[in-house]
Design a protein around this ligand. Structure first.
Ligand code: NAI
Length: 248
């Protein structure tokens, strides 16, 4: 059987790293893609230490030519692309009335444009190769729910949700699925600011079970969404939030 090839952005840390490990454990070949080369290569070493297959490709998802090159290089290396997980993201904190505009534009460039470039590059490549693949995009409960001080971040995650729906509609005739996943409060470096601000206890209370979600738990859900058996999951948002958006 041909092994699937999964390209995972943000693969150097947190949810992305755990998703790389999960796909590799299940026998897929993994392209670990990240801006952070040292940590990305560490993810590859972790996969290889477990007997899995992976390569690292450096990418800056905020640049379209870099994302196009990532997809091209992945196909040059492994001959195909079955899964594209557009997951790289940054926190982008800052209140609306005192918004640092550099941070605003950077947040939109990475979290929103980065996902758009990934959908375009992977969608076109899958179409060209006749592969009935799946594109999964990381949104957030913050694509639905407002929280003070993260204005730009909310904008990007709302955009990821709608980009996933509209791309799914256009890619369906090619047999390509597009799905958004929406994590809640996940214990990764991206929430360090909340930890520093002493807000972790209030975040814990929003998660069913009272503990932050583990990145490996999110990774397992992403893997399930990627399977052919999940073909009915298309053009929708899968909450991987342990109830964060379900109760108050
Ligand atoms: P993380 O900080 O552990 O990982 C983010 C990764 O993205 C890092 O490896 C970083 O180097 C990479 N990255 C950042 N900018 C990049 C760029 N321009 N090009 C390539 N790579 C870049 O954070 P985490 O939590 O694993 O975040 C992954 C995704 O999950 C993000 O989209 C985030 O918004 C989302 N998310 C996280 C939640 C949480 O509570 N941790 C909740 C909901 C969504």
């Amino acid at each position: 059987m041909t092994k699937r090839v999964a390209v995972i952005t943000g693969g150097a840390s947190g949810i992305g790293r755990e998703t790389c490990l999960q796909f590799a454990r299940k026998g897929d070949r993994v392209v670990v893609a990240d801006f952070n080369e040292a940590a990305g290569r560490e993810t590859v070493e972790m996969i290889e230490a477990e007997g899995g297959e992976a390569i690292f490709i450096q990418v800056d998802v905020s640049k379209q030519e870099s994302v196009n090159a990532l997809v091209d290089q992945a196909v040059q290396a492994y001959g195909r692309i079955d899964v594209m997980f557009n997951n790289a993201g940054i926190g982008g904190a800052g209140p609306v009335l005192s918004q640092n505009m550099d941070l605003y534009h950077r947040t939109i460039a990475v979290n929103q444009h980065g996902v758009a470039y990934g959908i375009m590059a992977a969608g076109n490549k899958m179409k060209e190769l006749g592969i009935r693949g799946v594109i999964i995009n990381t949104a957030s409960v913050f694509g639905f729910l407002a929280s003070p001080g993260t204005f730009a971040y909310h904008a990007t995650k709302g955009a990821v949700i709608m980009m996933s729906k509209s791309a799914a509609l256009e890619l369906a005739p090619h047999g390509i699925r597009v799905v958004a996943v929406a994590p809640g409060a996940v214990d990764t470096p991206i929430i360090q600011g909340y930890k520093d601000a002493g807000m972790i206890d209030s975040m814990r209370q929003k998660v069913m079970g009272g503990e932050l979600t583990k990145p490996e738990t999110v990774a397992k859900s992403v893997y399930l969404v990627s399977l052919d058996e999940a073909e009915a999951i298309n053009g929708s948002v899968v909450m991987v939030d342990q109830g964060y958006a379900s109760f108050k």
